[in-house]
Design a protein around this ligand. Structure first.
Ligand code: GTQ
Length: 355
């Protein structure tokens, strides 16, 4: 019969046991079960805002320090203050601000991480995806699907600045990161601009087109169209209590998110609109295009964040928030919702009691 050990024995026996199993690369689950299987997400990233007027000045200075050929990409990563040294905006997403000056070229490469660009300033810059150029204008949303060749150039005037969001942390987690540089500093043969839009983005598909699991074959979503959509719908739609009028950028061949890992949206909030409390497990990076307002963050160390056009702010996973628009606002956002939905783990909670 095994007697229950005496209380004075137990601590010593446990310590001895933990040391012994530890030496064999074993760890008792009961020592960390509660740390791991939390009742709710324990989130390290913090709500944070980068003001564009500060960012702009800082990124422009980098033009005198490094060129995009030496740098590969001239980008300042937006590092979340809750993730020091991690180079990430949220636990799963990297965000960076990229600068191109007139006449510059950023060399052609490809990588397994998926990228999106959201254009803040550009008059004559382009990004090419597998040889097809798309010209960039403020508010344009452009994707660079995993493993597609891409290079950027600037043939116009003034600085071109855009936000990059990449799923690098997910690729690192899976140890699935590959990068390749186009041979001999070249680039794929140029194809006709707009080819993919006419082929896949006009409510028709080539006969025999096989829908893949990957990203949208249409890679450019001009703001001219996005803005027109919001303008058309704002007067005829009742705004959602939590989102206002919010539209998702989709793969027109599947109806699903434009990228398999990252979801992207544009939302419209009327002047004076204050959203209901809301939270989601998808930590989100925002970039307002128009309007000013306040993001209220009940329970957070920073109780609120002000926003102006082109600021970039982060709302972490499971952080309750409301957006109060002072003036009519249009806000771009990107999150890992697409990946979470595919994995069957995405959650949201609507309503003022979310926190
Ligand atoms: O433009 O290809 O911000 O490869 C980070 C990695 C941008 C790009 C980034 C990249 C790029």
């Amino acid at each position: 019969m095994s007697a229950k050990p005496k209380p004075d024995d137990i601590e010593a026996r446990r310590s001895e046991y933990y040391a012994r199993v530890g030496a064999s690369q074993l760890v008792p689950l009961w020592l960390f079960f509660k740390d791991w299987f939390t009742l709710e997400p324990h989130v390290s990233s913090l709500p944070y805002r980068w003001s564009y007027s500060d960012l702009r000045e800082t990124i422009l200075e980098s033009a005198a320090i490094v060129d995009p050929v030496e740098a590969e990409r001239r980008v300042l990563a937006l590092e979340n203050p809750g993730l020091p040294g991690r180079r990430l905006a949220t636990e799963s997403l990297y965000a960076g601000l990229q600068l191109m000056m007139p006449g510059e070229i950023a060399p052609c490469h490809r990588h397994s991480p998926t990228a999106l660009r959201f254009v803040l300033e550009s008059d004559g810059a382009y990004t090419a995806v597998n040889g097809e150029r798309t010209w960039m204008s403020p508010g344009d949303f452009i994707i660079t699907p995993a493993w597609t060749w891409h290079d950027h150039g600037h043939e116009g005037e003034g600085p071109a600045v855009w936000l990059d969001v990449l799923d690098v942390a997910m690729m690192h987690l899976f140890n699935a990161t590959f990068t390749e540089h186009y041979p001999d500093d070249g680039a794929p043969e140029r194809t006709e601009p707009l080819d993919t839009r006419y082929r896949y983005g006009m409510n028709m598909l080539p006969v025999g087109y096989e829908r893949g699991q990957g990203a949208s074959p249409v890679f450019s979503y001009p703001y001219e169209r996005t803005g027109e959509v919001l303008d058309r719908l704002k007067n005829t739609s009742e705004p959602d209590r939590c989102h206002g009028l919010k539209m998702e950028y989709v793969d027109p061949t599947s109806g699903g998110p434009a990228m398999p890992t990252i979801s992207a949206f544009m939302q419209f909030l009327p002047a004076g609109f204050r959203t209901d409390g809301y939270r989601t497990t998808a930590g989100t990076i925002y970039c307002p295009v128009e309007g000013t307002g306040t993001v209220e963050l009940p329970g957070a160390e920073t109780p609120s964040i002000r926003y102006e056009p082109w600021d970039i702010f982060v709302i972490p996973s499971w952080q309750e928030f409301r957006i109060a628009a002072d003036t009519e606002s249009r806000i771009f956002s990107a999150s890992d919702q697409a990946a979470q939905v595919r994995l069957g783990i995405w959650r949201e909670q609507r309503g003022a009691d979310a926190g």
